[in-house]
Write a protein that binds this ligand. Structure first.
Ligand code: S3P
Length: 421
């Protein structure tokens, strides 16, 4: 049936990680409102507690009692990052500058993900790491760091943030330069903690250390990556009308909105006052006939986490949609190009896998079938959206992974379609 009503979105996961980590490095109690109840942000809390930081949580309100970077204590056990690559990579940057040894580990999916890319730049600043052939667990031998200019080889906000977090602890100016602009939440949030960030070149960010951070209050806007599932569902399920409130519209995150608009989606965007440095808006979506498009280059980078659900939109659209420049998706929570190609093929969609993308032949509808989410939250939610328009039931193996980013997703879906999901 149609999906109608207001969608409660989790707080933005990327902003949540940063607020927690910067709060732990600051002096005083940082208050975070609207933190996601997903497992990924909870993994960051677990790791910070393992370093002796007091974190109090009542629902979506969190208080982080920071005592400066030097308030972090050597952990007595490995720090469990769960499924969260952001937690592990950003904490590498924090721990690189601490005068103790620590060990970061995670679940089976995280243990398969590349970590050499974060180790290399941090080693240039003077920290030492041990990995299992470039993968977790990671042992961090932290110590005093030298500031410097670091060029990272991939456009990755996790790496950029790790270098900036290390730079806050080094004496002098540390500059990180990336090949294309990745999400810039760290750069936007640091001034709220009293730290200036310079942007000396278009793709560079600099901090000067050692920096003292002041506790502050952070309001977390709705997660645009979580919103994307609803924007696609509301576009393809006949008779729907969904409202999403206070969604982050940081320009580094709006690729999926641009893609859906190019496909002919009926989205209304009502801008609101920004929350801190983050632009936000209320979004409304209603169904529209979607047509194929091509997604590549900087738009792909700004929609990198949304490809799974955009591939479902492409299957429901008329024509052939090509996604390119998305090789990074091979090293996410699963190989998202392979898992999406396999699942779509099972549901009767003609799809070709490219080394760096997918070609989706839309317009012939989706069948029922059994697909494997491969333990990946975004794949699981994408196939839930597919099930809403499939001609038969869709069984999703590993659907519990949804709790990583949006534990209320299925319950919300049932409510919005009047209990008939
Ligand atoms: C994130 C950065 C992106 C994104 C991930 C969250 C962040 O990863 O895919 O979901 O919060 O900085 P990369 O840094 O690997 O590109």
């Amino acid at each position: 049936g149609p999906l109608r009503g207001d969608v409660p979105l989790p707080g933005d996961k990327s902003i949540g990680h940063r607020a927690l980590i910067l709060g732990a490095l600051a002096d005083g109690a940082t208050v975070i409102r609207g933190l996601s109840s997903g497992e990924d942000n909870a993994s960051t809390i677990t790791v910070l507690r393992g370093l002796g930081v007091a974190v109090e949580r009542e629902g979506d309100l969190v208080r982080v009692h920071g005592r400066g970077a030097e308030g972090l204590r050597a952990p007595t056990a490995p720090l469990d990052c769960g499924n969260s690559g952001s937690t592990m990579r950003m904490m590498c940057g924090v721990l690189a500058g601490r005068p103790f040894t620590s060990r970061l580990d995670g679940d089976a999916s995280l243990r398969r993900r590349p970590m050499q890319r974060v180790v290399d730049p941090l080693q240039k600043l003077g920290a030492r790491f041990e990995t299992e052939d470039g993968k977790p667990p990671i042992t961090v031998h932290g110590g005093s760091l030298r500031a410097g200019r670091i060029e990272i080889p991939v456009a990755s906000a996790q790496l950029k943030t790790a270098v900036l977090l290390a730079g806050l602890q080094a004496k002098g100016t540390t500059t990180v330069v990336e090949p294309a602009l990745s999400r810039d939440h760290t750069e936007r949030m640091l001034p709220s903690f009293g730290v200036a960030v310079a942007r000396p070149e278009p793709l560079a960010a600099s901090v000067t250390g050692p920096a003292r951070l002041r506790a502050c209050e952070i309001d977390v806007p709705g997660d645009p990556s979580a919103a994307a599932f609803w924007l696609v569902a509301g576009s393809i399920v006949a008779g729907s009308r969904l409202r999403l409130r206070r969604v982050s519209l940081n320009p580094t995150r709006t690729g999926a909105i641009d893609v859906l608009r190019a496909m002919g989606a009926r989205l209304e965007i009502a801008s609101l006052d920004p929350i801190g440095e983050e632009p936000v808006a209320d979004l409304t979506v209603e169904p529209a006939p979607l047509r194929a498009t091509t997604v590549a280059g900087e738009t792909m980078l700004r929609a990198i986490d949304e490809l799974p659900v955009l591939a479902i939109a492409a299957a429901a659209a008329t024509g052939v949609t090509t996604f390119a420049d998305a090789a990074e998706l091979r090293v996410k929570e699963s190989d998202r190009l392979a898992t999406m190609a396999a699942g779509l093929a099972t549901l009767g969609v003609r799809v070709e896998e490219l080394p760096d993308g997918l070609v989706v032949h839309g317009g012939s509808g989706l069948e029922g079938g059994e697909v494997d989410a491969c333990g990946d939250h975004r794949i699981a939610m994408a196939f839930v959206v597919a099930s809403l328009v499939a001609r038969g039931p869709v069984r999703i193996r590993g659907v519990e992974a949804i709790a990583v980013s949006d534990p209320r997703f299925l319950e919300t879906l049932e409510r919005l379609c009047g209990g008939s999901a």
